[in-house]
Structures are given as structure tokens and as C-alpha cells.
Design a protein around this ligand. Structure first.
Ligand code: NDP
Length: 247
């Protein structure tokens, strides 16, 4: 694939679904030096382990995004593997979404807690932990990218349908979008582009029968958009074709 996306890339939740799709595409992108494919159980991430046999650029790192010690350990391991190089891209992809979960009528505290923990809090904590590894001083020719994988159902103004069964999921992704906005302003002059992106309705375990497109279609489309991002794009909420989604 003809892409220039950055040399060192970290992705969360890569053992299946969209995260795995990112890894499968990125291993063949020229110029990518290291891919830190993180997941909860690398020893059982059989597809990644198979891929690793042919791609020395691929590093499998244990990272449970809900566990602070796991985040710290992953940071130490990745910092060491970078050998002084910068991290160029961080993709906050790990997510949960109970399709038949908590509803407006029957909200469930535990469901809210877990959705916010994985989809929002973890992204913020991982962003804060790894941002210091972004290039310093900012390299304007190749800015760092902080990509938050969001969802159309997070939009406060564009509600194509009322996600009655996904209320915790929708709210947690709306909060993630606000993090995107705030972080983009916070990092405005530091050569870091921050976006939220909706991957489409992708056929994965998470989407179940709502899935419409394949992981490959989604990831290829998102990577084409991501590689052309510029500082002016920072703070945007876009779909997989680069079209703005209203917040
Ligand atoms: P999947 O359910 O297929 O994959 C989710 C991934 O997140 C898995 O690798 C899972 O790991 C990981 N994950 C969950 N909890 C944790 C955790 N505590 N620590 C580390 N990893 C964790 O979902 P998708 O690939 O579809 O979703 C990827 C992202 O895309 C999510 O953020 C989702 O909200 C978003 N999205 C997806 C859409 C779709 O149509 N599929 C639509 C809109 C947004 P494990 O195997 O260990 O559970």
C-alpha cells in the first residue's frame, strides 16, 4: 500500500476486529519501522503470532487498557524497543459495545462503568502515558497522530437512529469525542494531530449483525484518510471517507 503514515505505530486491541485489520495492512506499508500491536493476551493472539513470523517490524505487547500496571509495563517495553526513536502514531482502538446492553429505560451502573472505562478513560490514560514519546520538538513535516476510534452513535447532533440498546456505548464514545476536541486544542502548537474517526459499520464481533463492510474495507479507507491528515484537521470527527460528522 502506498502510504506514509509514520515510522512507529502503537495500536490497542489488536488481537481481533479492526485492530487486527490495522496491523494486517500496516505490516506491508513501506517506511513503517515498528508496529506495537497491543492486546490483553499476546500468547493467545494466534493471528498476530502467525503474522509476526514474517514481519520483524511487528512487536506484540501485552496491554489491558483497564489496568494501570499493564499500561505502565507496556510503556516501559515500548520505550525500550523504540531505542530513542519517537512514537509517531497512537491509535486508541480497543473498545467494548454491548449491542443488547443497557437501555434508556433500564440503565445499568456496571455497564456504564465498563463502557466508560474501556472506551473513554483508558483512551485518556493511554494518551497521557504515551504522548511524551511523540516527536520533540514537533516535526511539522511528519506530525504525530493521535487517532481515537469513535462511532457515529456518539454524535450529539446527528442521530440517524436512537441507539436505545447502546446507551452506555453512545455516551462513552461522545465523551471520547470531547477528549479529541480538548486534546487537539491542548496540543495545538505541538505538531500533534488528534482526530476521532468512525470506521463504518464493520463486520466484527462488536457489531454483530449490524456490520455492513469488511474490516479490510474499513481499515484501507481509514488509512488513506489518516495518511493525508494535516494540522488543520486536528479536532475533527470524521467518517472512514474523511467526511465530517457533526459532534
Ligand atoms: P471487536 O469486538 O472485534 O474488538 C474489540 C477489541 O478491543 C478486541 O481486540 C478486544 O480484546 C479489545 N479490548 C476490549 N477490552 C479491552 C481491554 N480492557 N484491554 C485491551 N483490549 C481490549 O470490536 P471492533 O474491532 O469492531 O471495534 C474496534 C473499535 O472500533 C472499538 O473502539 C469500537 O467501538 C469501534 N467501532 C466499531 C464499529 C463496528 O461496526 N465494528 C463501529 C463504530 C466504532 P479482547 O479480545 O481481549 O476482548
Amino acid at each position: 500500500m502506498e502510504l506514509k503514515i509514520g515510522e512507529n505505530i502503537l495500536i490497542t486491541g489488536t488481537n481481533r476486529g479492526i485492530g487486527l485489520g490495522f496491523v494486517e495492512q500496516l505490516v506491508d506499508v513501506p517506511g513503517v519501522k515498528r508496529i506495537f500491536a497491543t492486546c490483553r493476551n499476546p500468547t493467545q493472539a494466534y493471528k498476530l503470532l502467525e503474522l509476526q513470523k514474517n514481519y520483524p517490524s511487528l512487536h506484540l505487547i501485552k496491554l489491558d487498557v483497564q489496568n494501570d500496571a499493564s499500561i505502565d509495563n507496556a510503556f516501559s517495553e515500548i520505550e525500550k524497543l523504540l531505542e530513542g526513536d519517537a512514537l509517531n502514531v497512537l491509535i486508541n482502538n480497543a473498545g467494548i459495545g454491548e449491542m443488547e446492553g443497557t437501555t434508556i429505560d433500564h440503565p445499568n451502573r456496571e455497564s456504564f462503568a465498563s463502557h466508560f472505562d474501556v472506551n473513554t478513560t483508558a483512551a485518556v490514560l493511554i494518551g497521557a502515558k504515551f504522548m511524551p514519546l511523540f516527536p520533540k520538538p514537533a516535526n511539522k513535516a511528519q506530525p504525530a497522530l493521535l487517532i481515537n476510534i469513535s462511532s457515529l452513535v456518539a454524535s450529539l447532533t446527528y442521530c440517524p437512529f436512537i441507539p436505545t440498546k447502546q446507551i452506555a456505548y453512545s455516551l462513552s464514545k461522545a465523551a471520547l469525542n470531547h477528549y479529541t476536541r480538548l486534546t487537539s486544542k491542548y496540543l495545538a502548537n505541538q505538531g500533534v494531530i488528534v482526530i476521532s474517526i468512525h470506521p463504518g459499520r464493520v463486520k466484527t464481533d462488536l457489531s454483530g449483525h449490524y456490520g455492513e463492510i469488511t474490516v479490510e474495507e474499513s481499515v484501507i479507507s481509514m488509512l488513506k484518510i489518516i495518511k493525508d491528515l494535516s494540522q488543520e484537521d486536528s479536532g475533527r470527527f470524521i467518517d472512514l471517507h474523511g467526511k465530517d460528522i457533526p459532534f
